[in-house]
Write a protein that binds this ligand. Sequence first.
Ligand SMILES: [Zn+2]
Ligand SMILES: [Zn+2]
Length: 319
Amino acid sequence: MLAMVYTAPLELKMLDVDEPTPARGEVVIEVAAVGICGSELEGFASKSPFRVPPLIMGHEFSGRRMDTGEPVAVNPVVSCGGCDMCLRGMSNICRDRKILGIQRAGAFAQRVVVPERNCYLLPEDVPLVAAALVEPFANAIHAFRLLQQADPLPLRIGVIGAGTLGYLVAWVAQDRGTPHIAVAELSPERRDIVQRSGSYTVSDHLEGEFDAIFDAVGSSATRRTSLELLRPGGTAVWLGLHGPEPGIDGLALIRDEKRVLGTFCYQDVDFRAAVARVAAVNPSALATHPLDEGVGVFERLISGEVSSLKTLLLPSDGS
Ligand SMILES: [Zn+2]
Ligand SMILES: [Zn+2]
């Protein structure tokens, strides 16, 4: 089958590879649509040790089960099911998690093997292309759920960075009725996409005071801002993975009882919520390309070309 393989640092190749074979409890998915994630661009461009070549990346995807023909979205986090975190229901931070497209083969391919329990049947009104957004959407739903455990009614929310994840976090905040949502984004193209999709205050930086700020970038500068602009007792939610530096003032954190929440992926409840609600997310800002154009598409994204909210590859015709 055709697959886009990360063969060496800074090298992607379109290759003919062996068909994947399912083990017990696994099924083969004919991939319909797979999103290119910012973490893949960053990991690839920075030669991150997190992804080890040779690897088929791709963790945001939908497709059809080969055995039943059913349309599904796939949760790429394969948890062990038996560790203390899994037993607490926190499968996203399982001590032995393997993520499809990172620690095992992902979906930049015509077919991919996944555990059957990671498949979520899609409602009829969800097109397979839109269903590739379920994964980042579940991420945003999870992040907002964690915030609401700390602050049930945040009224002023800031979002730093309007890539797919920042956009979707703002969307979830709006969907939950948050009266004031400000989004900071440096790219004018992305600011336009956000501006057109809701009643947000959109700018290249955040201004004022917030109950909660989501940092969807993850640099020391954005982490510092996410704390500085909080009201006393406010919450910074960190999801951006740009770099490791915290960039925070520890004393200010203590004196104003501010909180930092780290958030990673999603749990079953978030993924189910995302499947149920993804049809409402406006998919008009999706760019699609056939899988065999994937290498060029990847290179254009790394060079900073931004024309859409999310760029997807379509390994099969998506019908
Ligand atoms: Zn991702
Ligand atoms: Zn586990």
